[in-house]
Ligand binder design. Structure first.
Ligand code: HEM
Length: 150
């Protein structure tokens, strides 16, 4: 279970599914570190910059579930895991989304075997950028568990 949780979190982290979160605006003149931000400024958060930040992750630039496992193999969630954004306006559906991701993935893995088709190339992991970004199309073999071929 810790490894399944680590894989799900790494997919969300490496995938950076909502890279620019949702736009907001300052309701008053605001000071953040050395930056003065006037009232009414549109703010576009860059969640990817945190999800790939060097020094925050063991492997910031590669898909590696070890980012979410400690030396004992237990699941740990680094502070930089922010695919749902953060603060008072962060995603209201986080708990539901996490529950669904777990149930969907585990159900699929229990029912099917996933494999690279012999004629399939390795997937291109460069994301297809958008408000919601995902992988470019790739070929994947799926067969029912217990079947020899297909
Ligand atoms: C993996 C799935 C999901 C991801 C990665 C995600 C991510 C996000 C992000 C980045 C925001 C913007 C937060 C901000 O404004 O700073 C957001 C907002 C929101 N999300 Fe999600 N979300 C997911 C699933 C869901 C689900 C399942 C629901 C509800 C059933 C939901 C409901 C909302 C709502 C209501 C807001 C607006 C919150 C506000 O403006 O105060 N999300 N989500």
């Amino acid at each position: 279970m810790p490894y399944v949780q680590a894989v799900i979190h790494e997919v969300q982290s490496y995938g950076s599914v909502v890279p620019l979160s949702a736009s907001h605006a300052t309701t008053q003149d605001t000071q953040v570190l050395c930056y003065s931000i006037p009232k009414g400024t549109m703010i576009i958060p860059n969640l990817s910059s945190v999800l790939y930040e060097e020094g925050r992750w063991k492997f910031p630039h590669e898909f590696n579930p070890s980012n979410f496992l400690n030396k004992e193999g237990e699941f740990v969630k680094p502070e930089a895991f922010v695919p749902f954004s953060l603060g008072p306006r962060m995603c209201l559906g986080e708990e539901l989304a996490c529950m669904e991701l777990f149930l969907f993935l585990v159900t699929l893995l229990r029912c099917f075997l996933f494999h690279w088709p012999q004629d399939g190339a390795e997937p291109n992991l460069t994301p297809h950028f958008g408000i919601v970004q995902g992988p470019k199309p790739y070929r994947l073999g799926v067969r029912l568990r217990g079947q020899q071929s297909g």
